[in-house]
Write a protein that binds this ligand. Structure first.
Ligand code: NAD
Length: 437
């Protein structure tokens, strides 16, 4: 039962990366939150204080709000829906095999809310959905007031971003919905100008625009890195030169083996497919996807070519999660790289600071792959090291110790994490992306 001691009674549907972080951030800011997920074992673990994902700062917040009874996890929506002030839908929106968005979880969640509510309900759609979803749900469920408010937080700093949102979108034409957001976020350090109201379709499309813009920057800098490799130019210098231009900025300009994760690849496919349904062909978006796909292959090819006529076939891989500070392996470039290297006959010893359990499960039947529990164990007696994800512990690893641990002093740095000059001085054969070897 609701304790009735807090500013708002909120229900979050979905306890995945977004739902869980959102729920904890609202609890931290004084609301009482029921987080509802249909995965019983996830709910059981969360009630014991065990999170299904790694995010910096998440577990202490979970323990704190469980003990203060500000957050509750359940599979049952029916008990709490009537008295809730607002329901946030944060369930998954995967793509179908052909790339178009599959709204079955959103539809199921909303149908459930509608069938359990006797009075009008306000539902915030936080899941990423294509333009028009709010409108079609509003027609189907007239007793529900929908607000489209996409989530922009970044995995790896999700708790920080959830507590300090840069902007909030209120996708609704009703002024009372702006007031609702002002109330929901009154304890967050956010100014009125950071809460932007717009029509629902613009709100829905803005999420795709943000992700695809960022993904395109990555593919573009990666294309420049290819030119660098063929001309002797250095992508770090290019980044510096353009990043200081205030029209461009320096974020999302790191050359490497490409982007991954649960959002960019999925949202790109979803938008391409959605646009096709409107007879629109998105050439730039398509090119972003193609460049990203080939970027990891170009890097893998470098490794294959280097060891072509050699019997040496044992590689250490540092990092596997799609970015540092998360254990998320969804669409991680590492997975493509691992598959490529295994097909080329390499044996791999992989270490990731947070994804050990997931990796062990994923590759338990692959005799070419070993999972190590430390960076040191992975490199011991390996023929070369491949850096796949730029966790900070790799940047501060003692390179002299690395040299004495490897059989050959060869490093392939897929994230340009190490300093080429220093590596050269230490006697490494060092390859990176878009920088002279
Ligand atoms: N992961 C990110 O960084 C990120 C960032 C911004 C937006 N998004 C969007 O947020 C949404 C959620 O993403 P995610 O990464 O948290 O997904 P997720 O797969 O990690 O979590 C979804 C959760 O919803 C639960 N669920 C599914 N149907 C349900 C139902 N009917 N009732 C209750 N629970 C249900 C699942 O069991 C799961 O725990 C997606 O639309 C995604 O595109 C994700």
């Amino acid at each position: 039962m609701w304790l009735n001691v807090t500013s708002m009674k909120m229900i979050i549907l979905g306890a995945g990366n977004i739902g869980l972080v959102t729920a904890l951030c609202f609890a931290e800011k004084g609301h009482e939150v029921y987080c509802v997920d249909n995965n019983q074992s996830k709910v059981n673990n969360l009630n014991l204080g065990v999170s299904s994902i790694y995010e910096p700062g998440l577990e202490p917040l979970l323990k704190k709000h469980l003990s203060e009874k500000r957050i509750h996890f359940t599979t049952e929506l029916s008990e709490f829906i009537e008295q809730s002030d607002v329901v946030v839908v944060a369930v998954g929106t995967p793509n179908s095999p052909s790339g178009e968005i599959d709204l079955q979880h959103v539809n199921a969640a909303v149908s459930q809310i509608a069938s359990l509510s006797t009075k009008p309900k306000t539902v915030i759609l936080r899941s990423t959905v294509p333009p028009g979803t709010n409108q079609s749900l509003s027609l189907k469920f007239p007793k529900i007031n929908f607000i489209s408010s996409p989530e922009f937080l970044r995995e790896g700093s999700a708790v920080h971003d959830g507590l300090h949102p840069e902007r909030l979108i209120v996708g609704s034409n009703k002024t009372e919905h702006l007031k609702l957001f002002q109330e929901m976020y009154q304890n967050f350090e956010i100014t009125p100008s950071q809460i932007i109201q717009m029509d629902p379709a613009s709100a829905e499309l803005s999420k795709y625009a943000a992700n695809i813009f960022l993904a395109t920057r990555i593919s573009l800098i990666n294309e420049f890195s290819r030119i660098c490799e063929k001309t002797g130019a250095n992508i770090q210098q290019i980044k510096k030169a353009i990043g200081m231009d205030s029209r461009i900025g320096s974020e999302f300009l790191n050359a490497g083996i490409g982007y991954g994760g649960s959002c960019f690849p999925k949202d790109i496919d979803a938008l391409i497919s959605f646009a096709a349904s409107l007879s629109e062909k998105l050439n730039i978006v398509q090119a972003t996807k193609e460049t990203n796909k080939s970027q990891v292959c170009i890097f893998a090819e470098k490794i294959k070519v280097r060891f072509k006529d050699s019997a040496s076939k044992n590689l250490a891989l540092w990092g596997a999660s799609f970015k540092p500070e998360t254990d998320d392996l969804r669409e991680a470039p590492s997975l493509k790289l691992i598959s490529f290297l295994c097909s080329a006959g390499f044996n791999l010893n992989i270490y990731d600071p947070k994804a050990t359990t997931a990796l062990s499960e994923l590759f338990k039947n692959n005799s070419q792959i070993k999972i190590s529990t430390t960076a040191q164990l992975a490199v011991t007696k390996a023929d070369a090291l491949v850096i796949v994800t730029e966790w900070s512990e790799f940047g501060s690893f003692d390179m002299t110790q690395l040299k004495s641990s490897l059989k050959n002093s060869i490093v392939f740095d897929g994230r340009n994490q190490l300093d080429p000059q220093k590596m050269k001085q230490l006697g490494f054969e060092y390859y990176s992306v878009g920088r002279p070897s």
